[in-house]
Design a protein. Structure first.
Length: 297
């Protein structure tokens, strides 16, 4: 699409950071962690079968090429609720994105976290300004295929294309009605997706991650609200995930509401992935509220 820019850099799977025991956990740490057949559907006015419409939503984003994105991830655990926000751009054709993620203040309110720059790529998450002891000019790399949540929660922001591909697993959906979102007329759908089914229909870059999430979450069923424009593109999607809290000092589940807003389709996207020499391979010290994680080559 005219005006779009890409600057890609090669990277090797073996050149990054392997995390032992836990991981550099933006979303999960903030919440206090440790490391059947298709249902009935209702016809949406002018939009067709809601289930079929939602199954195609990710493809409509690929056709659009790119977009700006805002994200919000709200977590609730043990009476504590935190919200992590992000903003950036995403290239749906190349499956590449960049977000600036802002963590909430420490519970005591005594310190301000620096924004974390995140680069999203098939099978990998790169983070800068994440982890005590990591030099300012180095990136931390996480292999997303191996994460128990498929990086739907870990990064503190759900990868926009992964968020769209969750809808490929839609089993039941209803058309709620038309509404307006940021000046755009949209159709509101509400339903439930199955992560295992989503993984089977996902692109190669998300198959393993969504399959891991289907196994790693407390339930593979994901309730959602999706808002699509008249071209079938997602303008807003809100998923509700649930996973077991693995801390030794607590039990129960952590509830996560992840919201992705997409706008300004066709926006220019420039994503420069780090070279191997720019990726930190040392030990990551624990920050307040974070689990410690060791990096090994």
């Amino acid at each position: 699409m005219v005006g779009r820019e890409r600057e890609l850099r090669s990277w090797r799977t073996g050149g990054g950071l392997a995390l032992a025991g836990g991981l550099v956990c933006v979303g999960l740490a903030a919440a206090g962690c440790s490391g059947a057949g298709q249902g009935a559907s209702v016809q949406g006015a002018g939009g067709g079968d809601p289930v079929a419409v939602l199954h195609r939503a990710a493809d409509r984003l690929v056709a659009a090429g790119s977009a700006k994105a805002r994200t919000a991830m709200q977590m609730a655990s043990g009476g504590t609720r935190v919200t992590i926000r992000g903003e950036g751009v995403y290239d749906f054709e190349e499956r590449l994105g960049q977000l600036k993620v802002r963590l909430p203040q420490d519970p005591a309110g005594s310190s301000e976290h620096r924004p974390i720059t995140e680069l999203l790529a098939p099978g990998a998450l790169f983070m800068k300004n994440r982890g005590a002891g990591v030099p300012d000019d180095k990136w931390v790399r996480v292999d997303t295929d191996s994460l128990s949540d498929g990086n739907l929660v870990t990064g503190g922001a759900t990868d926009p294309f992964a968020a769209a591909e969750v809808l490929r697993g839609t089993r039941t959906a209803t058309y709620v009605g038309r509404t307006e979102l940021a000046g755009t007329e949209v159709r509101h759908y509400r339903g439930t997706a199955d992560l295992a089914r989503a993984a089977r229909g996902a692109s190669e870059g998300n198959k393993k991650a969504l399959a891991a999430a289907a196994e790693g979450f407390a339930t593979a069923e994901v309730p959602f609200d999706a808002y699509l424009d008249d071209e079938g593109r997602i303008r807003k999607v809100r998923h509700r995930f649930s996973f077991s809290n693995g801390r030794r000092d607590g039990t129960g589940t952590v509830d996560v509401a992840s919201t992705t807003l997409l706008y300004d389709f066709g926006a220019a996207v420039r994503v420069r992935l780090p070279e191997d020499r720019d990726i930190y391979a040392g030990k990551i010290a624990a920050e307040p509220g974070d689990p410690a994680a060791d990096g090994k080559n």
